[in-house]
Design a protein around this ligand. Structure first.
Ligand code: AR6
Length: 174
């Protein structure tokens, strides 16, 4: 299967997705927060924050894995996206690294299906027209080189983001 056939764009709430692993757009403490982080912790239950507390935080651009507890997803990969400062503080490389390190954890743990939120595109202020091509391109480059994960979903909470992903996928495919 070619790499394009292994990605999908969906609209909805990532906590509902029955995949091997969902990705959390966390902060350096890994102890919870607002946005998708808050939604994932609420749905997973308190055992998730207890496991996260043992991980010693996470550097920006890196990722760590836990169980999914009460989520339909079996695991959660917690990654920390960059805060947008205008684009001159290595934001693009750090964002790409979030996708690469999360995908690499799928290889290491034998995970076949993963769903990503739009890392850094909420509280952290990354402009979606800059972030979405990085998400899609970095993921495709990884899939070309690796058999796992077999399937990647980009989960968009709102319609604008969903449309942006569809536009970027269509443009890159040409
Ligand atoms: N399902 C899918 N996407 C969601 C959901 C959901 N349930 N909820 C929000 N989004 P954000 P960041 C989208 O702010 O910018 C936290 O407090 C949202 O619309 O969650 O990386 C952390 O603890 C947006 O497109 O993450 C950090 O402190 C995307 O998820 C900080 O926010 C990311 O928005 C991280 O900020």
């Amino acid at each position: 299967m070619n790499a394009w056939e292994r990605i999908s764009v969906v609209q909805g709430n990532i906590v509902k997705l029955p995949v091997d692993v969902i990705v959390n757009a966390a902060n350096n403490t890994l102890l919870g927060g607002g946005g998708v982080d808050g939604a994932i912790h609420r749905a997973a239950g308190l055992k998730l924050v207890a496991e996260c507390a043992l991980l010693g935080g996470c550097k920006t651009g890196q990722a760590k894995i836990t169980k999914g507890y009460n989520l339909p997803a079996k695991h959660v990969i917690h990654t920390v996206g960059p805060v947008w400062h205008g684009g001159n503080r290595d934001e693009a490389e750090l964002l790409a690294s979030c996708y690469r390190t999360s995908l690499q954890l799928c290889v290491e743990h034998g995970l076949k299906t993963i769903a990503f939120p739009a890392i850094s595109c909420g509280v952290y202020g990354y402009p979606i027209e800059e972030a979405v091509p990085i998400a899609v391109r970095t993921t495709l480059e990884f899939l070309v080189e690796h058999e796992l994960p077999e399937w990647v979903q980009f989960c968009c909470f709102d319609k604008d983001l969903f449309e942006e992903y569809q536009k970027v996928v269509a443009t890159l495919k040409e």
